[in-house]
Structure formats: C-alpha cells, structure tokens
Design a protein around this ligand. Structure first.
Ligand SMILES: [Zn+2]
Length: 240
C-alpha cells in the first residue's frame, strides 16, 4: 500500500504510517490544490530529506488541478516541475494527478499543461493516478513511458474502457485512491482500498484475461515502476 502525502505535514504522517506498518510505503509531496506558493530552496531541501527516507518510494501526490477554486495555474505548473525535478534527482517515480475544471472529460487544459511539463523532464518515471481520459490522451502519456493507474472511474465511465483494453500489459497498475468522502452519504460510493478487487475484475472482463493474470501483471508493473525499492517491496510481499 502506498500512502500519499498531500502536504508536507501529511507527508510526514505518511512516513509515520510506513514506519509503523511494514506493508505501507510512502509518497511525499504537495498536492496541487494544497499549494500556497512555489518551493523555496529550503523547502526543496526539506522535501528531499523526507523523500530520502527508506520507505518513500515516490513523490506523490503532485500534479495539475484546474478547478475554479484551485491555486494559481502558473504556481501549480512551477511547483509540479520542481517536484518532478527532485524526483528525477532522487531516481524516484512521480504519482501525478490531473484534473480539469469541473471534471470535463474532454477538456485538455490541465492535461496539456501537465504533459508539457512531463515532456520537458525527459526520462521521468511516473504513474497517471486515477486515470481519466480518452485513448488519445492515454497514448500521449504512454509515449512518454508513463504508466496508467485505473481506479473506480473505470467502473462507471464507458469512455475509459477503450484505454483499459488497449493499454499494453506492462504499462498499467490499479488503485482505489482513498480520499475520505464523508460528503457522499452512501459509503459504497467512497473510494477505499477494499474495492481494489472490483477494479481488477472489471479489467479482467474487458481484456478477457483471468483475474489472477491481471493481478500478477499489475503487481509486476508496480515492482517495475518502484524498482528502486523492489527488494524491500518484494520482501514485504513474501512476508504477507
Ligand atoms: Zn488525485
């Protein structure tokens, strides 16, 4: 399990969780909606210290979020780029978030901005978390060597199915996200880790492969993207 930080404070909490539970790993970083400024040199140094912890396996959750009430767009772009550059220096992947204004499926403002920054940072390893987009957009990410992560949107958005079918075997992982959503009164509408098998099942139906195969693929893919920590993760997998 990867516990993602969304602020510096939460990143520290995430590390606390990973210290306490052997099968929890950490992502550290500042989420685009939590930004108040770009990173000073001291802040980057502090983030680097956190990222060097032995159980931090990625910079996350970072990205671009262009909803109406999100922070200034250019601030977001600079902070995304700063965190990607840090990840690159540390040889860690990034788990990134992209959200258009009001979740418009076909808008491309946040997507274009994110892609441009990812493209400038040649060789960055990363996962498009909670992937929502059409196959054209998916292809642009895959062409940069970036992985796609399928989550609950795949269960309700027909538009995602083409991507779930066409994405190469070695380029996708699964997640649930697990943002607490008390505003959704029906708890089954929350996104929680226990729902992971439902997503794997959906992918197995779409790709006409058995559940075991999809599970194995996504585990292998996760090990490949988190390669720097492969040994530690594999040890944990074998222990549980
Ligand atoms: Zn997100």
């Amino acid at each position: 399990m990867v516990a993602a930080g969304t602020t510096i404070k939460d990143s520290e909490k995430s590390i606390g969780l990973s210290n306490r539970y052997p099968n929890v790993f950490s992502g550290v970083g500042v989420h685009p909606t939590e930004l108040t400024s770009t990173f000073s040199e001291t802040e980057i140094k502090n983030l680097k210290k956190l990222a060097n912890h032995k159980k931090v396996i990625c910079l996350s959750e970072i990205g671009i979020d262009y909803q109406d009430n999100s922070p200034d767009k250019s601030l977001q772009r600079i902070a995304f780029d700063q965190q990607i550059k840090l990840a690159k220096r540390l040889n860690l992947p990034v788990v990134f978030h992209i959200r258009e204004n009001k979740d418009e499926f076909n808008a491309s403002n946040a997507r274009d901005a994110a892609l441009e920054i990812l493209k400038e940072n040649v060789g960055i390893m990363g996962i498009a978390h909670y992937f929502q987009g059409n196959w054209t957009f998916a292809k642009r990410l895959l062409d940069l060597g970036l992985y796609l992560s399928f989550a609950k949107p795949l269960l309700r958005m027909k538009e995602l199915e083409e991507t779930a079918i066409k994405v190469p075997d070695d380029m996708f992982v699964v997640e649930t996200d697990s943002y607490p959503q008390p505003f959704k009164k029906d708890r089954s509408k929350w996104t929680e880790p226990y729902q992971l098998p439902t997503i794997v099942k959906k992918i197995s139906e779409l790709r006409r492969r058995d559940i075991q195969t999809i599970s194995q693929l996504t585990t292998n893919n996760a090990l490949n993207i988190f390669n720097k920590h492969r040994f530690l993760i594999e040890k944990q997998l074998n222990d549980t």
